[in-house]
Design a binder for this molecule. Structure first.
Ligand code: FES
Ligand SMILES: [Fe+2]
Length: 378
């Protein structure tokens, strides 16, 4: 009689429509997303170790080229890759004129200091009407979070807001981690197809045999205990199968477990932190994986994954990189294939929009996020 009512189930109470098919195919829709989502929200451009002092790094955010540099004080700065003289690119994949203090345009040698201030107009000799101070490089907002570097092209960037909050990874030694492995591939799908697949596990029993073996709840087509239809509340058990500690081929940790984690974080076996539109981080007890998306075209998405470890884990005798990377690489390949299958079927002129199942509540939330970012109402 006094039984605790189960906590609210996240399952949808109806089967709503998905986004209209144009959202996955139409260049006009894609262009609107580039402007309102990719050139406005915080986009991951790399791990901090990718930005060494004295080098210009070229990145593309929402189709716009940006240069990132580390100043002599160690701080990162970002600017549009555009000279204020006549608009030339300051840096290409193969050339950049930067000596750690001055960025020089390769065209007519206008030079800028590391704060973006115009300091020389080369052979051009401006008259009194030219205001040098008004012709600095266009700055780009930059924030670092747990060793990850994010840019926002907005003049008034939205708050940087990972779904689990800014403190989600505080117990992980993120600042000390280094990249031990990197993988990249291009998928023939829209970037939202990737996130939709990420946001449900109905496909898990069918396409992820190894993953559902490691994470038993996935075998039921859901991502966590509270999503089970018969869930009665109460604490969730360990997420990984008995004896397994991490996402590795044999389930064993790849090195010493991180010291600062809570008992819940260890029992969870994986902590997913999602930062739309460009990345998610999966923190395990022994390593961390960062997956980054770049929307290249309506039906083209680049996916890159980085595996981060403590330096001493990588250096430990017997460290088996393949045992760690092999597991997630298999899952990523399975998901990639599913995403491409999904995209391919959208080309039927009969298909207007999908229909979501109650377990696809996170897809529904994602769709709401996309529509809101585009300024559209359902
Ligand atoms: S366009 Fe850069 S110096 Fe002329
Ligand atoms: Fe999957």
């Amino acid at each position: 009689m006094n039984a605790q009512p189960p906590a609210a189930s996240p399952l949808l109470t109806n089967c709503p429509e998905g986004l209209p098919v144009e959202a996955y195919l139409d260049p006009g829709w894609f262009a609107r997303e580039q402007a309102s989502i990719w050139r406005r929200h915080w986009v991951l451009v790399g791990h901090k170790s990718a930005f060494a002092e004295g080098r210009l790094e070229l990145r593309r955010v929402g189709g716009v080229e940006v240069i990132v540099l580390r100043d002599p004080d160690g701080a990162l700065r970002a600017f549009h890759n555009t000279c204020r003289h006549r608009g030339a690119a300051l840096c290409t994949e193969t050339r950049a004129d930067f000596n750690g203090r001055l960025i020089r345009c390769p065209y007519h040698a206008w030079a800028y200091d590391i704060s973006g201030r115009l300091v020389s107009t080369g052979f051009g000799t401006p008259t009194a009407d030219f205001d040098k101070a008004a012709h600095g490089l266009f700055p780009v907002a930059l924030t670092e979070w747990n060793g990850l570097v994010f840019l926002s092209l907005a003049d008034d960037p939205p708050p940087f807001a990972p779904d689990l909050g800014l403190t989600a990874l505080d117990n992980w030694p993120m600042d000390r981690l280094v990249i031990g492995h990197r993988a990249e591939k291009e998928l023939a799908c829209n970037w939202k197809i990737f996130w939709e697949n990420y946001n449900e596990c109905l496909h898990c029993p069918g396409i992820h045999p190894e993953l559902v073996d490691l994470v038993p709840v996935y075998r039921e087509g859901v991502m966590s205990e509270p999503e089970r239809r018969d869930w009665q509340g109460g604490p969730a058990g360990p997420a990984l199968k008995p004896g397994a500690r991490s996402w590795t081929l044999d389930g064993a940790p790849c090195g010493a477990e991180f010291e600062g984690l809570s008992a819940e974080q260890r029992a969870a076996g994986h902590t997913f932190v999602t930062i739309y539109p460009s990345c998610f981080v999966v923190a395990h007890v022994d390593y961390v994986r960062v997956v980054t998306l770049t929307a290249l075209a309506p039906e083209r998405t680049r996916l890159s994954a980085e595996w981060l470890f403590l330096p001493e884990t990588l250096a430990a005798p017997g460290f088996d990189l393949e045992n760690v990377t092999g597991f997630a690489e298999r899952v990523i390949a399975q998901d990639g294939e599913a995403c491409e299958l999904n995209q391919r079927g959208l080309h039927s002129p009969k298909f207007r929009a999908g229909r979501l199942m109650p377990q696809e509540f996170d897809i529904h939330r994602f769709h709401a996020w996309v529509l809101e970012a585009l300024g559209e109402r359902r």
